[in-house]
Design a protein around this ligand. Structure first.
Ligand SMILES: [Zn+2]
Length: 170
């Protein structure tokens, strides 16, 4: 999504999309084998299924109005997305939920394709389990058919943006 050929397409306002890690969530602090606390660490905040999560008061999903006044670190420490590693999890799920074993073993890869597929959903792209667009065979959002972001994925994203940009006065 940061391909240079997408910059400025249809008034797309970004040249890069920086990623900042703003928090870690664990059941027990000892799980994190470091003592540095410069990035917020949330312990013991569990969702309905028992998975650790960062403070909902800081999460965009929970505050789509952009009000982070109850986030302990304020708006500067809010999070827009989360990466949820789950032991034994196969494939991906909404947001970025991927298998822990898969993700950690793929850290050295340039394209962690299941993760990239899930990020595609975050940017609004759909699955293609039951149909394939005419003239296409292989692209990231058709799970299992590509191992990197393809030109067709990029065009789907541009199309999604074409429909959304008016919300931002562009
Ligand atoms: Zn999917």
């Amino acid at each position: 999504m940061v391909e240079s050929d997408g910059t400025g397409h249809n008034a797309w306002p970004y040249t890069t999309v920086p990623v900042n890690i703003v928090g870690w969530a664990v059941k027990n602090r000892a799980t994190l084998q470091w003592t540095d606390n410069s990035v917020d660490i949330y312990t013991g905040i569990l969702d309905g299924g028992g998975a650790p999560q960062c403070a909902p008061d800081c999460g965009r999903f929970f505050h789509q109005d952009g009000d982070y006044s109850r986030c302990p670190g304020g708006a500067a420490r809010h999070y827009d997305q989360s990466l949820w590693l789950t032991k034994g999890f196969q494939g991906g799920d909404w947001g970025q939920r991927v298998g822990q074993e898969y993700f950690t073993s793929a850290l050295g890869q340039e394209n962690i394709h299941i993760y990239l597929h899930e990020v595609g959903h975050t940017f609004g792209l759909d699955d293609f389990y039951d149909w394939t667009p005419t003239g296409q065979c292989c692209f990231l959002m058709k799970a299992g058919s590509a191992d990197r972001i393809t030109e067709f994925d990029q065009w789907m994203f541009r199309d999604f943006w074409r429909h959304l940009k008016s919300r931002y006065g562009l």
